[in-house]
Design a protein around this ligand. Structure first.
Ligand code: FAD
Length: 319
């Protein structure tokens, strides 16, 4: 029996009322929504079609005391084999509009950074090029302050429209939330850090501010970044990108290689032979395999070099 059986039927009906009946799925496998292709079922998945419906669904869950896990493109997630209890709010295809306004690009949370960068390039706007190969949704990129090469999301982020959860009530439920716009300086951005993450905010929309540039040069830079990614990273295998954050003064991939862990595996999970900073799913890996491999790598690197590797991949749900 899944936990959703114990949800009040009224909650499911209210969610269907907010996002439409086809926007609610029961016992939805998370392996279909993560780039690792791993993860057990979400009790209930809610896929809003507009930002207003997303905020409404969040209010319904808050008031009913139902836990919510927000998922964007699932490119930084290791979801446990037993899945996620409560509601998964999937902020992807249905809320992915991107529009260019002068030198700004306004994107809904579910748009991919890639689509923001392509819209910017088409409009002759420069600034998104280093970020375009990160397989992030706009919401996930703001949450993580995703970055690559010589750029971070924060470098080009002007403001973000967020849902701010209401206060916690004595019975453990929450009051309704509010929708606010936060400027760049209010976002607490740092290395893989943001106020979106620390304060449990939900990104609904973001505005990027860019500079006029030369279309041919922008496209050439994008091609160059893509080529560098393809050369170095195991893009042909399911993964969640860099498994570990960069430890101060070191590169995680080099430490792992020097520790002799290149190609090490547990079940279907393997330290990539192409880039030791990535754990890949060679087929049929479970979340437990990946977690066990992560712990093995951490142990070897700690024992051999005294360096603590902190996972960048976010582990969610029940393992
Ligand atoms: C092949 C590959 C290459 C990668 N390269 C890079 C890289 O170069 N640089 C880099 O920084 N990362 C990289 N990553 C990791 C990943 O793409 C980023 O961490 C990205 O920001 C995650 O975005 P997402 O939409 O997939 O978020 P998800 O994985 O869906 O979620 C990640 C976190 O963000 C939260 N979140 C998602 N959407 C929202 C929202 N709307 N509001 C609030 N919270 C939200 C989730 O709750 C979760 O805690 C790579 C991953 C892969 C698979």
């Amino acid at each position: 029996m899944h936990e959703y059986d114990s949800f009040n039927e009224d909650v499911i009906c209210a969610l269907a009322g907010a996002v439409g009946e086809d926007g609610v799925a029961m016992v939805e496998p998370m392996s279909a929504h993560t780039t690792f292709k791993i993860g057990g079922p979400a009790d209930v998945m809610v896929m809003p079609r507009c930002v207003e419906a997303a905020a409404k669904a969040l209010d319904i869950c808050a008031i009913a005391g139902v836990p919510v896990t927000v998922v964007g493109n699932g490119s930084d997630l290791l979801v446990g084999d037993r899945g996620i209890r409560g509601v998964v709010l999937l902020m992807r295809e249905n809320i992915s509009q991107v529009r260019v306004e002068g030198t700004r690009v306004v994107a809904q949370a579910g748009a991919l950074l890639r689509d923001v960068a392509i819209a910017a390039a088409d409009a002759g706007l420069t600034g998104m090029e280093p970020l375009w190969g990160i397989p992030a949704s706009v919401g996930g990129a703001c949450f993580m302050n995703a970055g690559a090469y010589d750029g971070t999301t924060g470098d080009v982020l002007e403001s973000v429209v967020v849902y701010v959860p209401g206060e916690t009530l004595p019975d453990g439920s929450r009051a309704k939330g509010t929708v606010r716009t936060l400027g760049h300086d209010e976002l607490g951005l740092g290395y893989r850090k943001s106020r979106v993450a620390s304060d449990g905010l939900v990104v609904l929309e973001a505005t990027f501010v860019l500079a006029p540039g030369n279309v041919a040069q922008i496209r050439a830079a994008m091609d160059d970044y893509q080529r560098r990614r393809e050369e170095k990273q195991p893009l042909d295998m399911p993964s969640a990108g860099s498994t570990f954050k960069r430890p101060d003064g070191y590169f995680a991939g080099k430490l792992i290689m020097d520790a002799g862990m290149r190609g090490a595996s547990v079940g279907g999970a393997q330290v990539s032979t192409k880039h030791c900073g990535f754990v890949v799913n060679t087929g049929g890996a479970t979340a437990a395999d990946v977690r066990a491999l992560i712990e093995r790598v951490q142990g070897e690197v700690r024992d051999q070099f005294g360096v603590e590797l902190e996972p960048e991949v976010r582990m969610v749900g029940e393992f």
